[in-house]
Design a protein around this ligand. Structure first.
Ligand code: AMP
Ligand code: MG
Length: 310
């Protein structure tokens, strides 16, 4: 382990760029909360640790501990908590701190931290398309707020930013991959000038819980939002599987166990209704708005994959 942090901490904490990033953080959290409250959403508190958390579809180290005979994990996302509470409160959101101990190779991306915050939301009896509309409102609303309230600060950063037009362009995952090759997400992100969606992502690229299309096996009713200018992924979300037999089938198909998701499955046995939702990474949104090369610049105490951090 390295004994010093990889950036000049004192300089970073005093820097004008960090102060501007934190002002953007303050402004966009408030703006996005306002938008959601106007849409009828209710804020729920974050869950910091749980016996059930997101299995993710890529390898991370799992920070766990035992307490009174139960094994807990730090929250990787609140997907299951959202799906449970949305059955009773039909529009919910939370600013959820997530811990994902990403592998060291992820440091190269400039968009991965070990600790970050998602604005995570879920809507009952709603489709992917309903969720996409909310995603567009949040992203364009946050950008508009910063361009209107902080033009001088954006100028200091040398950032030229314009409010994107809605609705955003939509690509189908398989078609885009065929046309632009294996690295199509980064390629498209570099080509596009406005945020865009990638929809119909195959099950093998996702966790078990997004809903499979009725007319296309192995393809999900899900989506990612991508930033332009090479900034890559902003949002992941979709419609969720809600029928217990389909949920169980999926867990087994992914090689996971019912035990891992016990509390969620117990709840789901009682019947769930369709819901849709997504998570948007706050630090990634600030990075995009500020035009920073690296996500570390958005956070006073960033944790870089594979590196020592305070
Ligand atoms: P996921 O559903 O796993 O794609 O996570 C939802 C959103 O959280 C992503 O679209 C990103 O904006 C953000 N996110 C995920 N992992 C990280 C990470 N390691 N560091 C920063 N942001 C992340
Ligand atoms: Mg994702």
């Amino acid at each position: 382990m390295q004994e010093t942090v990889t950036y000049e901490l004192k300089e970073h904490l005093k820097s004008e760029r960090l102060k501007i990033a934190l002002e953007v953080n303050t402004l966009i959290r408030r703006k996005m909360s306002d938008i959601l409250v106007k849409e009828g959403f209710i804020e729920i508190p974050p869950v910091i640790f749980s016996s059930v958390t997101d299995p993710l579809n890529h390898p991370v180290y799992d920070p766990t501990f035992d307490y009174e005979g139960t094994r807990y994990s730090l929250t990787k996302s609140m997907i299951f908590h959202k799906q449970m509470i949305v059955q009773a409160i039909p529009k919910v959101y939370t600013f959820s701190p997530n811990v994902r101990l990403e592998t060291a190779d992820k440091a190269k991306s400039g968009r991965h931290l070990l600790e970050f915050t998602q604005l995570d939301l879920e809507m009952l009896d709603s489709t992917r398309e309903d969720a996409m509309k909310i995603g567009e409102k949040l992203v364009s609303g946050a950008i508009k707020e910063v361009t209107e309230k902080m033009p001088g600060k954006l100028k200091i950063l040398g950032r030229e930013l314009h409010v994107p037009k809605t609705p955003f362009k939509v690509y189908k995952y398989t078609e885009a991959k065929e046309k632009y090759g294996k690295d199509f997400e980064q390629t498209l992100s570099e080509l596009e000038k406005e945020p865009f969606w990638i929809i119909d992502i195959p099950l093998k690229e996702r966790e078990f819980y997004d809903r499979e299309k009725d007319d296309e096996k192995g393809i999900l009713r899900d989506m990612d939002l991508m930033y332009p200018e090479g900034f890559n992924e902003a949002i992941s979300g979709g419609e969720r599987e809600y029928e217990i037999e389909r949920i169980k089938e999926r867990i087994l198909a992914k090689g996971q166990t019912f035990e891992q998701f016990k509390w969620f499955l117990d709840y789901a046995e009682g019947g769930l209704r369709l819901s849709s939702g997504f998570g948007i990474g706050i630090e990634r949104l600030i990075r995009y708005i500020c035009g920073f090369e690296r996500i570390e610049e958005t956070h006073p105490f960033p944790k870089t994959p594979g590196k020592f951090s305070i």
